[in-house]
Design a binder for this molecule. Structure first.
Ligand SMILES: Cc1ncc(COP(=O)(O)O)c(C=O)c1O
Length: 353
């Protein structure tokens, strides 16, 4: 897959980490930290994990994951604070979500304590690759079934591998704080309704075709999936509507990913005095909200990214002034200042590693 000049992924030599805001920043996820951790599940138990260079691994072509997509992952960040310490944000919630994803896919569940140790070791061994703010070290645990058996469509993987990768990252959306263009897909779903809350590769594969098609036709950044007209989430983030004193987002159900950022923003919004509504709402209500309201995407990668334009049935709808609105900016700042250790963490969300 990786041939000489076409090789896309780089290992994060210190030279590939920008030292100043003037230097160009690599695209999200394209630079990997030099060290990863790996554990295998065999004979009904997890083995001791090892710390090794981030490099290709051997996988049997009959591995369960390659045929039956038995795989899930997580994504969250560790931040370098001004005092030089490295702090990871809401690791417990991500470990718990990974355990739930594994359970839904009938994969061996990671042992939470071992996974935390693997994450800590991965951060520790890649300490030099943790960028200064506004960068962060993105942590990417992956779990996949490795049992070699091509007749196992109806059988769970009994062997699995768990790896924690790390990647120094900056902006997810290339424009930074530029308002996003979002295509409103009001017919098709992103995923099967029963696996929407599972962070599994197949969901992303399913959303890719419609996302690339919308990008090609309408020059949008993301697709907001609203199956049957009911507003859900985008391919990689949750969706929030915000205005003076109010925040509206879909209530939790099995059809979409329960974002940790969503939960954090809702908590902070309540503290800031916003009335937070979590309920089902449709595209008609969305289009009524946006002329004088705000819309934003929330996620580990997106943080809280403002939406400037919606495209629905070929028509463009400006969101508020078309720029990132003041409420989105304020809530983003509240969240980012906690993540970066610039304001007190009263919720116990950050852990020093
Ligand atoms: C489909 C989807 N929805 C929502 C989110 C946001 O989740 P979180 O805030 O936990 O990163 C993500 C990102 O991981 C995602 O991939």
């Amino acid at each position: 897959m990786m041939h000489g000049g076409r090789r896309r992924l780089k290992l994060a030599a210190m030279s590939s980490i920008p030292k100043s805001s003037q230097e160009p920043r690599p695209a999200f996820g394209t630079v990997l930290a030099p060290t990863m951790t790996l554990a295998r599940f065999q004979n009904g138990q997890w083995g001791v994990f090892d710390v090794r260079p981030c490099a290709p691994i051997e996988l049997h072509p009959a591995a369960h994951v390659l045929h039956y997509a038995s795989t899930c992952f997580e994504g969250f960040k560790a931040y370098r604070w001004a005092d030089g310490s490295v702090n990871v944000f809401r690791m417990d919630r991500h470990i718990e979500r990974m355990r739930q994803s594994a359970q839904a896919l009938v994969l061996p569940e990671p042992d939470p304590q071992q996974l935390e140790e693997m994450i800590r070791a991965t951060i520790d061994r890649n300490r030099d690759a943790v960028p200064e703010a506004p960068g962060a070290l993105y942590l990417r645990p992956i779990l996949f079934g490795t049992t070699p058996n091509i007749g196992a469509a109806g059988a769970a993987a009994t062997e699995a591998t768990l790896i924690v990768l790390a990647s120094p990252v900056w902006d997810y959306f290339a424009g930074g704080m530029k308002p996003l263009r979002i295509y409103v897909e009001d017919v098709n779903a992103r995923t099967a309704s029963q696996t929407g809350k599972v962070k599994t590769g197949g969901n992303y594969a399913a959303a890719l075709g419609p996302t690339l098609e919308a990008r090609r036709r309408y020059n949008v950044d993301q697709v907001l999936f609203c199956p049957g007209g009911s507003v859900q989430e985008t391919g990689a983030s949750n969706f929030l509507l915000i205005r003076d004193g109010r925040l509206l987002t879909r209530s939790l159900d099995s059809t979409f990913l329960h974002g940790v950022t969503r939960d954090s923003v809702l908590t902070l919004a309540r503290e800031e005095g916003y009335h937070v509504e979590e309920r089902v709402f449709d595209v008609a209500e969305l289009l009524k909200w946006v002329p004088d309201g705000e819309a934003a995407l929330s996620g580990t990668a997106a943080v809280l990214a403002g939406v400037g334009t919606l495209v629905c049935h070929g028509r463009e709808y400006r969101v508020g002034s078309g720029e990132v609105g003041p409420h989105t900016r304020k809530l983003r700042e509240r969240l980012v200042s906690i993540q970066r250790g610039e304001s007190p963490d009263t919720h116990g969300w950050t852990k020093t590693v």
